[in-house]
Design a protein around this ligand. Structure first.
Ligand SMILES: *[C@@H]1O[C@H](CO)[C@@H](O)[C@H](O)[C@H]1NC(C)=O
Ligand SMILES: *[C@@H]1O[C@H](CO)[C@@H](O)[C@H](O)[C@H]1NC(C)=O
Ligand SMILES: *[C@@H]1O[C@H](CO)[C@@H](O)[C@H](O)[C@H]1NC(C)=O
Ligand SMILES: *[C@@H]1O[C@H](CO)[C@@H](O)[C@H](O)[C@H]1NC(C)=O
Length: 431
């Protein structure tokens, strides 16, 4: 069973590199190590909660959603005995009641383009390496007038080649996107910082606790070694030339017994800093590599989204961005200075008394594309959409793909970007 699960998770390549590494080893997502306040995060401009209490559905408003694909992960995931609570998500067809809009939605799935005929919404998710160019012709050929196409992904645009339409369909495929970015139709970031108001401010914690046991400088953990846009390993090696970086996981020097959450927390918790290096440098793409490092009590040293995006989305003064330094040596000197000066290091933990982190549980995040809430959100938006004025957008154009141009403004950082003609040693984008 475990062997199968490891195979599955290796193949899964869901992009939650850091989480998958932890999960690889842990028997349940729910035992993830965590420090601080972590609660289920739900945020969508069109968030409509689904409840177990069925409301009387108004038949005339009822709509239908069909998932196209679901090819690679879900059926395997939901059939693991330890995820029995998600098994209903792969039962098709089903009808979901959405009391908030007094309506219901019929949900089905298919891997055959001809089946999309007549459905109100087609959802593309979990199709990454399965879609073939000719499928786009079939899908467009079978598309019903006024049919909404939605793409759901938590990945950066670089890691979802399967849902990128061929050029001739770039501007007439997707109506909506459900993504981490704030401009999406359904917004689901990996995490969020919420400042306390005076009425909900809990008693202050002693942030000196974030010094306890933190004797070491910096660590990194990685399971996907060959990143598409930039050379993450080369960066880690360059940092190692100047300061000691302890590396863990498949791409690191040391394995950690992944089935013991406490050991993971004990291992990484000894470090003041953690290298939160995203697989893609795209606007607003702050993933679990960042949020979980904060949750685990470390100060993330980040390379990924632009500095101003971290300033906008992350807790104030909670991170160190590589682009804040003119050279790598300057960054290293800064880390060493903080390492030997408790008061200055603690400046990076002060936010913990000003607000809290909100993030999804790993399982919830994984099954989100299939849950009632997602389906009811889509229904709610559809009921409020005038199909005559609904515009299709080129989501892989400037607004999304185009936001993944560079990993920093500083000259020295650009040398870690792959050249246009870079040849990968492995054809699997998740290698
Ligand atoms: C999802 O919807 C179904 C059908 O309306 C309902 O039976 C189930 O309890 C709902 N699940 C949740 C978590 O709300
Ligand atoms: C749903 O229907 C109930 C009963 O007919 C009504 O009280 C309620 O206002 C309706 N809610 C919405 C969101 O339309
Ligand atoms: C509809 O989809 C099927 C594949 O399922 C394809 O063979 C057929 O050509 C498509 N129809 C049109 C009009 O493109
Ligand atoms: C898609 O739309 C954008 C902006 O309107 C335009 O620049 C681009 O040329 C269009 N692409 C295609 C393939 O029509």
């Amino acid at each position: 069973m475990r062997a199968i699960r490891i195979w599955f998770l290796a193949a899964l390549s869901f992009g939650f590199n850091f989480v998958v590494m932890i999960y690889l080893a842990s028997d349940r997502f729910s035992n993830m190590p965590s420090v601080g306040d972590v609660s289920l995060y739900r945020n969508s401009r069109y968030f409509i909660a689904a409840t177990a209490k069925p409301a009387e559905a108004d038949r005339s408003c009822s709509k239908s959603i069909i998932y196209f694909g679901l090819r690679q992960h879900w059926f395997t995931f939901c059939s693991f005995p330890e995820f029995a609570q998600y098994k209903h998500m792969i039962e098709f067809p089903r009808t979901v009641n959405c009391p908030e809009v007094n309506c219901s939605v019929k949900v089905d799935y298919t891997q055959n383009a001809a089946d999309i005929i007549g459905h109100d919404i087609v959802v593309f998710t979990d199709v990454n390496e399965w879609m073939k160019p000719e499928m786009w012709d079939w899908l467009h050929g079978n598309r019903t007038e006024g049919q909404i196409w939605t793409m759901i992904t938590e990945e950066s645009p670089l890691y979802v080649p399967g849902v990128q339409p061929p050029a001739k369909y770039a501007n007439n495929s997707f109506d909506w996107i459900d993504s981490y970015m704030s401009g999406a139709d359904f917004v689901h970031p990996y995490g969020k910082y919420e400042k306390y108001c005076e009425y909900n401010r809990p008693p202050a914690i002693d942030i000196r606790q974030f010094l306890i046991g933190k004797t070491k400088l910096i660590s990194w953990m990685g399971s996907h070694c060959e990143t598409l846009q930039w050379d993450r390993m080369k960066f880690v090696e360059a940092v190692k030339q100047i300061i000691t970086v302890n590396t863990y996981g498949k791409c690191g020097d040391q394995e950690v017994p992944w089935n013991n959450d406490q050991i993971i927390l004990d291992t990484l918790g000894k470090y003041k800093f953690y290298l939160s290096l995203e697989n893609s440098c795209c606007n607003e793409y702050l993933t679990e590599k960042f949020w979980r490092a904060l949750e685990m009590g470390m100060v993330p040293v980040v390379l990924g989204a632009p500095l101003e995006h971290y300033r906008k989305l992350a807790p104030p003064n909670s991170f160190i961005h590589v682009d804040q330094f003119n050279t790598l040596a300057e960054l290293a000197v800064h880390l060493i200075t903080l390492h030997s000066n408790d008061e200055r290091y603690l400046e990076y933990h002060k936010w913990r008394n000003e607000g809290k982190l909100i993030s999804y549980g790993q399982e919830e995040q994984y099954v989100r594309p299939l849950n009632n809430e997602t389906q009811c959100s889509m229904l709610g938006k559809l009921l409020n959409t005038d199909l005559k004025t609904q515009r299709k957008l080129d989501y892989f154009g400037p607004r999304w793909y185009g936001s993944c141009m560079k990993c920093g403004e500083k000259e020295w950082i650009s040398k870690f970007l792959h050249a246009e003609d870079h040849q990968r040693s492995n054809s699997d984008i998740w290698a």
